[in-house]
Structures are given as structure tokens and as C-alpha cells.
Design a protein around this ligand. Structure first.
Ligand code: ZN
Length: 149
């Protein structure tokens, strides 16, 4: 199994290439040493999100939120719960749309919280509105099943 997969570092933006069997074994960034897949929700900026959405070979579920958004803040613990349960098969990240307004435009976000699932360079699903972790997990499972077919 010498297949390589790509994972973008949430911290420094480096696109790491790893053997596929290492991608789910607590890999670290080759440049900055940050964990690449540890079950924590990484905070991305717009540039890093674009890179990850374009390059990553593991599915990436992104929470578009803002500090002023009450439902977003209420949703955060559920998103973290989903991250613990979906890792290492799926990575979860969030982006502050107030600090990164370009992301709202680029990904056509009409309301927050919004969740977009990316896989292999494309968007494979999106959800709007706060919801429990179990809903997010079901959404990811359904979209991934479709993506395989
Ligand atoms: Zn890094």
C-alpha cells in the first residue's frame, strides 16, 4: 500500500503528502509539527480553507460561523462532539466568517451556521442551521456513501 494522500495543515497551510495508512494514525505536519488529524476542530483562515478544500484526500467538514451568531456558539460543542466521533475518517474544521468575509462569498454562504463537506477537491454536500452532533454524523455518512457510488 504505497498510495499517498494529501492533507493540508490547519496551522501553517502546508499540503502534506502521507502514505494512506498513516493518515489515520495521528500524523503531524512535516513543516510545523502540528497534528493533522487528532479529532480537534481546527480553526482555518480563508487561504488554508481554500487549499484544504482543493487538495485534501480525506473528507473535510467545515463549520462556517461567527462570534456574533448565538446559534453558532450554541452549536460549537455539538460540532466538537461530531469531530471526536468522525475522526480519523473525516477531519472537521471551522472558519470565522466575520474575520474571513472572503469565505462567505467564495462558498456562497447565505446564513450561518452552515456546514460544507468537501472531498477530493469538490463540495459533496452542505447543511444549514444548528443541529445535534448525530445529525452531522448522519449527513456525512450519507454524503460519503453517495460519493463512493
Ligand atoms: Zn503545519
Amino acid at each position: 500500500m504505497s498510495a499517498k494522500i494529501k492533507l493540508t495543515c490547519p496551522e501553517c497551510g502546508q499540503v502534506n503528502q502521507l502514505p494512506a495508512d498513516k493518515a489515520q494514525a495521528a500524523p503531524k505536519c512535516g513543516v510545523c509539527g502540528h497534528a493533522l488529524n487528532d479529532g480537534k476542530v481546527a480553526a482555518l483562515d480563508f487561504k488554508t480553507l481554500e487549499k484544504a478544500a482543493r487538495n485534501d484526500d480525506l473528507p473535510l467538514l467545515v463549520d462556517f460561523w461567527a462570534p456574533w451568531c448565538g446559534p453558532c456558539r450554541a452549536m460549537a460543542p455539538e460540532f466538537e462532539k461530531a469531530a471526536r466521533s468522525l475522526t480519523p475518517r473525516v477531519r472537521l474544521a471551522k472558519i470565522d466568517t466575520q474575520a474571513n468575509p472572503d469565505a462567505t462569498v467564495r462558498f456562497n454562504i447565505r446564513g450561518i451556521p452552515a456546514f460544507i463537506l468537501f472531498h477530493k477537491g469538490r463540495e459533496i454536500g452542505r447543511l444549514a442551521g444548528a443541529r445535534p452532533a448525530a445529525d452531522l454524523e448522519r449527513f456525512v455518512a450519507e454524503r460519503m456513501a453517495l460519493a463512493k457510488g
